[in-house]
Design a protein around this ligand. Structure first.
Ligand code: CP3
Length: 355
Protein backbone atom coordinates (compact mmCIF):
# COMPACT_ATOMS: atom_id res chain seq x y z
CA UNK A 1 0.00 0.00 0.00
CA UNK A 2 1.27 3.50 -0.78
CA UNK A 3 0.74 6.65 1.30
CA UNK A 4 -2.07 7.57 -1.10
CA UNK A 5 -4.49 4.85 0.00
CA UNK A 6 -6.43 4.96 3.26
CA UNK A 7 -5.65 2.01 5.50
CA UNK A 8 -8.81 -0.10 5.59
CA UNK A 9 -11.19 0.82 8.40
CA UNK A 10 -8.63 2.85 10.30
CA UNK A 11 -9.64 6.45 9.86
CA UNK A 12 -12.80 8.26 8.81
CA UNK A 13 -12.83 9.87 5.37
CA UNK A 14 -12.95 13.38 6.91
CA UNK A 15 -9.67 12.66 8.68
CA UNK A 16 -8.09 11.21 5.56
CA UNK A 17 -9.19 14.34 3.66
CA UNK A 18 -7.82 16.79 6.26
CA UNK A 19 -5.43 19.53 5.11
CA UNK A 20 -2.64 18.04 7.23
CA UNK A 21 -2.77 14.56 5.71
CA UNK A 22 -3.25 15.99 2.21
CA UNK A 23 -0.14 18.15 2.58
CA UNK A 24 1.83 15.12 3.82
CA UNK A 25 0.67 13.24 0.71
CA UNK A 26 1.64 16.26 -1.46
CA UNK A 27 -1.97 16.78 -2.60
CA UNK A 28 -3.57 20.24 -3.09
CA UNK A 29 -4.80 21.81 0.19
CA UNK A 30 -7.40 24.50 1.03
CA UNK A 31 -4.85 26.16 3.35
CA UNK A 32 -1.38 25.35 4.67
CA UNK A 33 -1.89 23.08 7.70
CA UNK A 34 -0.18 24.03 10.98
CA UNK A 35 0.76 22.20 14.16
CA UNK A 36 3.54 22.80 16.66
CA UNK A 37 6.07 20.39 18.08
CA UNK A 38 5.60 20.46 21.86
CA UNK A 39 2.24 22.22 21.41
CA UNK A 40 1.03 20.46 24.55
CA UNK A 41 2.92 21.25 27.70
CA UNK A 42 4.37 24.03 29.72
CA UNK A 43 3.35 26.93 27.51
CA UNK A 44 -0.29 26.26 28.51
CA UNK A 45 -1.72 27.19 31.95
CA UNK A 46 -4.43 24.52 31.57
CA UNK A 47 -1.62 21.94 31.17
CA UNK A 48 0.19 23.08 34.31
CA UNK A 49 -3.10 22.86 36.17
CA UNK A 50 -3.94 19.25 35.23
CA UNK A 51 -0.32 18.12 35.71
CA UNK A 52 -0.08 19.55 39.26
CA UNK A 53 1.49 16.94 41.56
CA UNK A 54 1.72 14.26 38.85
CA UNK A 55 5.23 13.28 37.71
CA UNK A 56 5.80 13.54 33.93
CA UNK A 57 6.21 9.81 33.22
CA UNK A 58 3.25 8.88 35.38
CA UNK A 59 1.10 11.39 33.49
CA UNK A 60 1.90 9.49 30.27
CA UNK A 61 0.31 6.29 31.66
CA UNK A 62 -3.09 7.82 32.48
CA UNK A 63 -5.31 7.63 29.37
CA UNK A 64 -7.83 10.25 30.51
CA UNK A 65 -5.10 12.74 31.36
CA UNK A 66 -3.22 12.00 28.12
CA UNK A 67 -6.45 12.60 26.19
CA UNK A 68 -7.14 15.90 27.95
CA UNK A 69 -3.57 17.22 27.50
CA UNK A 70 -3.45 16.17 23.83
CA UNK A 71 -6.74 17.98 23.16
CA UNK A 72 -5.81 21.22 24.99
CA UNK A 73 -3.76 22.82 22.18
CA UNK A 74 -6.27 21.67 19.55
CA UNK A 75 -9.11 23.42 21.38
CA UNK A 76 -7.09 26.54 22.10
CA UNK A 77 -5.09 27.10 18.90
CA UNK A 78 -7.22 25.33 16.25
CA UNK A 79 -4.12 23.56 14.93
CA UNK A 80 -4.60 21.11 12.05
CA UNK A 81 -3.24 18.08 13.90
CA UNK A 82 -2.93 16.78 17.44
CA UNK A 83 0.27 15.16 18.70
CA UNK A 84 -0.07 12.33 21.16
CA UNK A 85 1.03 13.47 24.63
CA UNK A 86 3.88 11.19 25.71
CA UNK A 87 7.66 11.32 25.64
CA UNK A 88 10.39 9.65 23.61
CA UNK A 89 11.59 7.70 26.68
CA UNK A 90 8.16 6.14 27.45
CA UNK A 91 8.81 2.89 25.47
CA UNK A 92 12.19 2.48 27.22
CA UNK A 93 10.56 2.89 30.61
CA UNK A 94 7.88 0.40 29.50
CA UNK A 95 10.45 -2.35 28.85
CA UNK A 96 11.97 -1.84 32.28
CA UNK A 97 14.82 0.64 31.81
CA UNK A 98 15.27 2.53 35.07
CA UNK A 99 14.86 6.15 34.00
CA UNK A 100 13.00 9.29 34.96
CA UNK A 101 12.31 12.74 33.53
CA UNK A 102 13.64 15.39 35.88
CA UNK A 103 11.77 18.71 35.68
CA UNK A 104 13.84 21.33 33.85
CA UNK A 105 16.55 18.76 33.08
CA UNK A 106 15.09 16.00 30.90
CA UNK A 107 15.54 12.22 30.85
CA UNK A 108 17.98 10.68 33.35
CA UNK A 109 18.99 6.99 33.02
CA UNK A 110 20.01 5.35 36.30
CA UNK A 111 22.41 2.78 34.76
CA UNK A 112 23.61 3.89 31.30
CA UNK A 113 24.02 1.34 28.48
CA UNK A 114 27.76 1.07 27.81
CA UNK A 115 28.66 -2.61 27.25
CA UNK A 116 27.48 -5.62 25.27
CA UNK A 117 26.09 -7.14 28.47
CA UNK A 118 23.94 -3.99 28.92
CA UNK A 119 22.21 -4.67 25.58
CA UNK A 120 20.32 -7.58 27.14
CA UNK A 121 18.35 -5.00 29.16
CA UNK A 122 16.74 -3.77 25.93
CA UNK A 123 14.07 -6.42 25.44
CA UNK A 124 11.33 -6.38 22.80
CA UNK A 125 8.34 -4.11 23.34
CA UNK A 126 4.86 -5.64 22.98
CA UNK A 127 1.45 -3.92 22.96
CA UNK A 128 0.88 -5.41 26.44
CA UNK A 129 3.74 -3.23 27.75
CA UNK A 130 1.84 -0.05 26.83
CA UNK A 131 -1.90 -0.73 27.25
CA UNK A 132 -2.42 2.92 28.21
CA UNK A 133 -1.23 4.01 24.75
CA UNK A 134 -3.83 1.88 22.96
CA UNK A 135 -6.53 3.04 25.37
CA UNK A 136 -5.65 6.74 25.15
CA UNK A 137 -5.45 6.74 21.36
CA UNK A 138 -8.84 5.02 21.17
CA UNK A 139 -10.33 7.76 23.34
CA UNK A 140 -8.54 10.48 21.40
CA UNK A 141 -9.59 9.44 17.92
CA UNK A 142 -13.22 9.45 19.10
CA UNK A 143 -12.83 12.97 20.56
CA UNK A 144 -10.79 14.45 17.72
CA UNK A 145 -13.37 14.01 14.96
CA UNK A 146 -11.72 14.96 11.66
CA UNK A 147 -8.50 16.27 13.26
CA UNK A 148 -5.67 13.79 12.65
CA UNK A 149 -3.58 12.44 15.51
CA UNK A 150 0.20 12.24 15.10
CA UNK A 151 1.92 9.37 16.91
CA UNK A 152 5.65 9.63 17.55
CA UNK A 153 8.81 8.01 18.81
CA UNK A 154 12.43 8.92 19.37
CA UNK A 155 14.79 7.80 16.61
CA UNK A 156 17.46 5.20 17.46
CA UNK A 157 20.31 7.75 17.59
CA UNK A 158 18.50 10.22 19.87
CA UNK A 159 17.35 7.39 22.18
CA UNK A 160 20.89 5.98 22.21
CA UNK A 161 22.25 9.40 23.13
CA UNK A 162 20.16 9.36 26.35
CA UNK A 163 20.80 5.67 27.10
CA UNK A 164 24.57 5.78 26.64
CA UNK A 165 25.18 9.22 28.16
CA UNK A 166 22.74 8.59 31.01
CA UNK A 167 21.03 11.91 30.32
CA UNK A 168 21.21 15.10 28.30
CA UNK A 169 24.60 15.93 26.81
CA UNK A 170 26.19 18.71 24.82
CA UNK A 171 29.00 16.61 23.33
CA UNK A 172 27.60 13.03 23.19
CA UNK A 173 31.11 11.87 24.11
CA UNK A 174 30.11 8.46 25.47
CA UNK A 175 27.69 7.72 22.64
CA UNK A 176 30.20 8.82 20.01
CA UNK A 177 33.00 6.89 21.74
CA UNK A 178 30.92 3.74 21.28
CA UNK A 179 30.06 4.66 17.68
CA UNK A 180 33.73 5.24 16.73
CA UNK A 181 35.39 2.76 19.11
CA UNK A 182 33.08 -0.28 18.96
CA UNK A 183 31.07 0.07 15.74
CA UNK A 184 29.60 -3.44 16.04
CA UNK A 185 28.23 -2.83 19.54
CA UNK A 186 26.89 0.54 18.37
CA UNK A 187 25.22 -1.02 15.31
CA UNK A 188 23.64 -3.72 17.48
CA UNK A 189 22.40 -1.10 19.98
CA UNK A 190 20.82 1.01 17.23
CA UNK A 191 19.28 -2.06 15.63
CA UNK A 192 17.72 -3.09 18.97
CA UNK A 193 16.36 0.45 19.39
CA UNK A 194 14.99 0.40 15.83
CA UNK A 195 12.98 -2.72 16.68
CA UNK A 196 11.61 -1.24 19.90
CA UNK A 197 10.78 2.05 18.16
CA UNK A 198 9.06 0.30 15.25
CA UNK A 199 6.99 -1.78 17.67
CA UNK A 200 6.00 1.36 19.60
CA UNK A 201 4.95 3.18 16.40
CA UNK A 202 2.94 0.14 15.28
CA UNK A 203 0.98 0.18 18.56
CA UNK A 204 0.09 3.83 17.92
CA UNK A 205 -0.90 3.28 14.27
CA UNK A 206 -2.94 0.16 15.08
CA UNK A 207 -4.76 2.18 17.77
CA UNK A 208 -5.66 4.92 15.25
CA UNK A 209 -2.79 7.40 14.79
CA UNK A 210 -3.07 8.99 11.30
CA UNK A 211 0.62 9.86 10.90
CA UNK A 212 3.85 9.25 12.77
CA UNK A 213 6.88 11.41 13.46
CA UNK A 214 10.33 10.08 14.24
CA UNK A 215 12.19 12.60 16.42
CA UNK A 216 15.93 12.42 15.77
CA UNK A 217 16.34 15.68 17.63
CA UNK A 218 20.08 15.37 18.22
CA UNK A 219 21.17 13.90 14.85
CA UNK A 220 22.60 17.30 13.91
CA UNK A 221 25.60 16.44 16.11
CA UNK A 222 26.80 14.02 13.41
CA UNK A 223 28.92 14.48 10.29
CA UNK A 224 27.16 13.22 7.14
CA UNK A 225 29.54 10.25 6.62
CA UNK A 226 28.99 9.08 10.21
CA UNK A 227 25.24 9.59 9.94
CA UNK A 228 25.15 7.55 6.72
CA UNK A 229 27.26 4.70 8.09
CA UNK A 230 26.20 4.52 11.73
CA UNK A 231 22.67 5.94 12.06
CA UNK A 232 20.77 5.98 8.76
CA UNK A 233 20.38 2.16 8.55
CA UNK A 234 18.58 2.03 11.93
CA UNK A 235 16.23 4.94 11.11
CA UNK A 236 15.53 3.42 7.68
CA UNK A 237 14.61 0.16 9.40
CA UNK A 238 11.99 1.99 11.48
CA UNK A 239 10.45 3.68 8.42
CA UNK A 240 10.42 0.39 6.49
CA UNK A 241 8.74 -1.41 9.36
CA UNK A 242 5.72 0.93 9.32
CA UNK A 243 5.55 1.55 5.54
CA UNK A 244 2.83 -1.10 5.06
CA UNK A 245 0.27 0.98 7.02
CA UNK A 246 0.33 3.77 4.43
CA UNK A 247 0.22 6.56 7.03
CA UNK A 248 2.57 9.52 6.41
CA UNK A 249 5.93 9.19 8.14
CA UNK A 250 7.69 12.41 9.24
CA UNK A 251 11.41 12.57 10.00
CA UNK A 252 12.67 15.45 12.15
CA UNK A 253 15.98 16.64 13.56
CA UNK A 254 17.66 19.87 14.69
CA UNK A 255 20.80 21.33 13.09
CA UNK A 256 20.44 18.84 10.23
CA UNK A 257 21.10 21.20 7.30
CA UNK A 258 23.97 19.01 6.10
CA UNK A 259 21.96 15.81 6.64
CA UNK A 260 18.69 16.69 4.89
CA UNK A 261 19.44 14.62 1.78
CA UNK A 262 20.37 11.59 3.88
CA UNK A 263 17.32 12.03 6.11
CA UNK A 264 15.17 11.95 2.97
CA UNK A 265 16.98 8.77 1.86
CA UNK A 266 16.08 7.09 5.15
CA UNK A 267 12.57 6.74 3.75
CA UNK A 268 10.14 9.23 5.34
CA UNK A 269 7.34 10.88 3.36
CA UNK A 270 7.85 14.27 5.06
CA UNK A 271 11.15 15.79 6.20
CA UNK A 272 11.18 18.26 9.09
CA UNK A 273 13.51 21.25 8.77
CA UNK A 274 14.76 23.54 11.55
CA UNK A 275 15.02 27.31 11.04
CA UNK A 276 18.63 27.33 9.82
CA UNK A 277 17.88 26.37 6.20
CA UNK A 278 15.13 28.14 4.20
CA UNK A 279 12.52 25.70 2.90
CA UNK A 280 13.24 26.28 -0.81
CA UNK A 281 16.90 25.37 -0.23
CA UNK A 282 15.83 22.47 2.03
CA UNK A 283 13.68 21.13 -0.81
CA UNK A 284 16.72 21.11 -3.11
CA UNK A 285 18.72 19.21 -0.50
CA UNK A 286 15.98 16.68 0.28
CA UNK A 287 15.15 16.08 -3.39
CA UNK A 288 11.81 15.43 -5.11
CA UNK A 289 8.98 13.24 -3.83
CA UNK A 290 8.90 14.48 -0.22
CA UNK A 291 6.81 17.06 1.60
CA UNK A 292 8.57 19.39 4.04
CA UNK A 293 7.60 20.46 7.55
CA UNK A 294 8.76 23.64 9.26
CA UNK A 295 10.38 25.97 9.94
CA UNK A 296 9.74 29.18 11.92
CA UNK A 297 12.39 29.89 14.55
CA UNK A 298 10.52 29.26 17.85
CA UNK A 299 12.16 32.35 19.41
CA UNK A 300 10.35 34.56 16.85
CA UNK A 301 7.23 34.12 19.01
CA UNK A 302 8.90 36.28 21.67
CA UNK A 303 8.91 39.24 19.24
CA UNK A 304 5.77 41.32 18.57
CA UNK A 305 2.81 40.36 16.36
CA UNK A 306 4.17 42.21 13.30
CA UNK A 307 7.53 40.46 13.52
CA UNK A 308 5.85 37.06 13.92
CA UNK A 309 3.68 37.67 10.86
CA UNK A 310 6.58 38.92 8.75
CA UNK A 311 8.71 35.89 9.65
CA UNK A 312 5.78 33.48 9.14
CA UNK A 313 5.22 35.02 5.70
CA UNK A 314 8.90 34.44 4.87
CA UNK A 315 8.38 30.75 5.65
CA UNK A 316 5.24 30.61 3.48
CA UNK A 317 7.02 32.40 0.63
CA UNK A 318 9.98 30.01 0.75
CA UNK A 319 7.49 27.11 0.71
CA UNK A 320 5.49 28.45 -2.26
CA UNK A 321 7.05 26.07 -4.81
CA UNK A 322 7.06 22.99 -2.56
CA UNK A 323 5.22 19.77 -3.40
CA UNK A 324 3.71 19.71 0.09
CA UNK A 325 4.19 21.94 3.14
CA UNK A 326 3.17 21.49 6.76
CA UNK A 327 3.80 24.68 8.74
CA UNK A 328 5.55 24.13 12.06
CA UNK A 329 8.25 25.66 14.20
CA UNK A 330 11.85 24.66 13.52
CA UNK A 331 11.89 22.96 16.95
CA UNK A 332 9.50 22.65 19.89
CA UNK A 333 7.52 25.44 21.52
CA UNK A 334 9.70 27.13 24.16
CA UNK A 335 8.02 26.84 27.61
CA UNK A 336 7.72 30.63 28.23
CA UNK A 337 6.00 31.28 24.90
CA UNK A 338 2.79 33.34 25.13
CA UNK A 339 0.01 30.89 24.13
CA UNK A 340 -1.91 33.74 22.46
CA UNK A 341 1.02 34.32 20.11
CA UNK A 342 0.64 30.69 18.97
CA UNK A 343 -3.12 31.05 18.46
CA UNK A 344 -2.55 34.21 16.38
CA UNK A 345 0.13 32.47 14.33
CA UNK A 346 -2.25 29.64 13.40
CA UNK A 347 -4.84 32.22 12.33
CA UNK A 348 -2.27 34.10 10.29
CA UNK A 349 -0.97 31.02 8.45
CA UNK A 350 -4.50 29.83 7.68
CA UNK A 351 -5.53 33.26 6.39
CA UNK A 352 -2.39 34.02 4.42
CA UNK A 353 -2.32 30.61 2.72
CA UNK A 354 -6.07 30.25 1.96
CA UNK A 355 -6.59 29.18 -1.65
O1 CP3 B 1 3.09 18.45 22.44
C1 CP3 B 1 3.94 17.59 22.11
O2 CP3 B 1 4.82 17.84 21.26
C2 CP3 B 1 3.80 16.18 22.66
C3 CP3 B 1 4.57 15.90 23.80
C4 CP3 B 1 6.06 15.61 23.77
C5 CP3 B 1 6.79 15.59 24.98
N1 CP3 B 1 8.06 15.17 24.69
C6 CP3 B 1 6.25 15.91 26.31
C7 CP3 B 1 7.19 16.44 27.32
C8 CP3 B 1 6.93 15.25 22.73
C9 CP3 B 1 6.68 15.14 21.24
C10 CP3 B 1 8.20 14.96 23.34
C11 CP3 B 1 9.37 14.48 22.59
C12 CP3 B 1 10.70 14.60 23.18
N2 CP3 B 1 11.10 14.34 24.47
C13 CP3 B 1 11.87 14.90 22.44
C14 CP3 B 1 11.88 15.19 20.97
C15 CP3 B 1 11.36 16.55 20.69
C16 CP3 B 1 12.35 17.65 20.81
O3 CP3 B 1 12.04 18.61 21.54
O4 CP3 B 1 13.39 17.58 20.16
C17 CP3 B 1 12.97 14.88 23.33
C18 CP3 B 1 14.40 15.17 22.97
C19 CP3 B 1 12.48 14.52 24.61
C20 CP3 B 1 13.24 14.31 25.86
C21 CP3 B 1 12.78 15.29 26.87
N3 CP3 B 1 11.61 15.15 27.62
C22 CP3 B 1 13.35 16.55 27.21
C23 CP3 B 1 14.64 17.09 26.65
C24 CP3 B 1 12.48 17.15 28.15
C25 CP3 B 1 12.58 18.55 28.72
C26 CP3 B 1 13.01 18.62 30.12
C27 CP3 B 1 12.55 19.96 30.69
O5 CP3 B 1 11.74 19.92 31.62
O6 CP3 B 1 13.01 21.01 30.20
C28 CP3 B 1 11.42 16.26 28.39
C29 CP3 B 1 10.28 16.46 29.31
C30 CP3 B 1 8.97 16.70 28.66
N4 CP3 B 1 8.44 15.97 27.63
C31 CP3 B 1 8.03 17.68 29.04
C32 CP3 B 1 6.89 17.51 28.22
C33 CP3 B 1 5.59 18.26 28.26
C34 CP3 B 1 8.22 18.71 30.16
C35 CP3 B 1 8.07 18.05 31.48
C36 CP3 B 1 7.00 18.67 32.32
O7 CP3 B 1 6.08 19.34 31.83
O8 CP3 B 1 7.07 18.40 33.54
Amino acid sequence: MTANEAPAGKQPTETYDSAFLKACRREPVPHTPVWFMRQAGRSLPEYLKVREGIPMLESCTRPELVTEITLQPVRRHHVDAAIYYSDIVVPLKAIGIDLDIKPGVGPVVEKPIRTRADLARLRDLTPEDVPYVTEAIGMLTRELGSTPLIGFAGAPFTLASYLVEGGTSRTYENAKAMMYGDPQLWADLLDRLAEITAAFLKVQIEAGASAVQLFDSWAGALAPADYRRSVLPASAKVFDAVAEYGVPRIHFGVGTGELLGLMGEAGADVVGVDWRVPLDEAARRVGPGKALQGNLDPTVLFAGKDAVEAKAQEVLDAAAGLEGHVFNLGHGVIPNTDPDALTRLVEYVHGASAR
